[in-house]
Design a protein around this ligand. Structure first.
Ligand code: TRP
Length: 343
């Protein structure tokens, strides 16, 4: 085994990934491939917590997310990079149940991310939903071979509460049964969140306010043209506000020409540029950004067997780790009966 530190992170497959996923998550995952043993999890079981009635949607999304991963330059051809399909590792269910025994229900019920999600789900929340933070802990901890390691988990800011909970669960287990699990450490990027095109706080699939990484040039144009700007600016010669203005947030996130952005901002503040010109230049910037992404996606789409192989190979590798971890957890908890069964 190599001695690289481990990265584990995941994404729920509920549809194609968009620019918000790129800024909030994928962008930080890419450079970690140079330095870490990386496990990128496609959390299809966790997707069932919100989409249990739509297996087809999750099934399609697994393929799309795998293609999205490849398109942004996650590269499972590297020996240290693994794409993992969550449902392919039955030991994760086992580990979830074992960890749930040391997790007070109140830790989950008071988790701020769970609480804000519950506001949307309401009384329909399932047991599966309420226990997903524990299952997410199993996702993280299964890669831990040594309790003195630290597992790095690059995530968006909404996931930090889960990582804190993970460390409480791991510590509780270790306190009761002896050192078994490592801790994890969150890595949160600087632009944690990209607003939706209508200025909504967050780009999200369900609000249809996003731009997919696989969007065609026509869709990119249409979405940028629909994008909100400064609502107080009625004429092109009214001085406008750049701060909090979605078009400029996107320019700053995606336009590789810093001088162009600075000049546009100055002209916008002075009221000497039309919104549509700012948008045209944003479309050009997004096309420069998306060009190579579309090309890698097209290459991957041309070899579906290879894409499936990447997912299978990473899952097999992760499965080996998970088996070893579950054996350690069972031993720590006394769920082995050497006097009864000789193996
Ligand atoms: N909850 C994460 C999300 O909604 C996905 C996820 C599942 C995850 N397992 C994980 C993230 C483990 C980090 C670590 O995007």
């Amino acid at each position: 085994m190599n001695s690289m530190k481990k990265v584990l992170t995941g994404m729920r497959p509920t549809g194609r990934l968009h620019l918000g996923h790129y800024i909030g998550a994928l962008r930080q995952w890419i450079p970690l491939q140079e330095t870490h043993e990386c496990y990128f999890l496609i959390a299809d079981v966790q997707a069932l917590t919100t989409h249990a009635d739509d297996p087809k949607l999750i099934q399609d999304a697994v393929t799309q997310v795998t293609l999205d991963f490849l398109s942004v330059g996650l590269d499972p051809r590297r020996p240290n990079v693994h794409f993992v399909l969550q449902s392919g590792i039955a030991e994760l269910y086992e580990l979830t149940v074992l960890l749930s025994m040391v997790t007070p229900y109140t830790w989950v019920a008071t988790n701020p991310t769970v609480r804000s999600e519950l506001e949307h789900i309401g009384s329909g929340a399932t047991v599966g939903f309420m226990s997903y933070p524990v299952s997410q802990s199993a996702d993280i901890l299964f890669v831990g071979e040594n309790p003195s390691d630290t597992i790095l988990v690059p995530v968006g800011e909404d996931q930090v509460a889960h990582l804190r909970l993970n460390n409480k669960i791991a510590a509780a287990f270790n306190r009761t049964y002896g050192p078994t699990f490592p801790m994890c450490e969150a890595l949160v990027g600087d632009v944690g969140r990209l607003p939706g095109i209508a200025g909504d706080a967050k780009m999200s699939k369900s609000l249809d306010n996003g731009i997919d990484l696989s969007a065609t040039p026509e869709t990119v144009r249409k979405q940028v043209m629909r994008m909100f700007t400064d609502p107080k600016r009625v004429h092109a010669n009214t001085p406008g506000t750049v701060e909090g203005n979605p078009v400029f947030i996107y320019h700053n996130a995606f336009n590789d020409r810093a001088e162009e952005v600075a000049e546009l901002e100055a002209r916008y503040r002075a009221g000497t540029v039309r919104d549509v010109e700012v948008k045209e230049l944003l479309i050009e910037a997004l096309e420069r950004f998306l060009g190579p992404i579309r090309q890698r996606r097209a290459e991957a789409e041309a070899s579906p067997e290879l894409v499936a192989y990447f997912l299978a190979a990473g899952t097999v590798r992760a499965h080996e780790l998970a088996q070893a971890t579950v054996v350690r957890a069972r031993q720590a908890m006394g769920l082995t009966y050497p006097n009864l069964f000789k193996t």
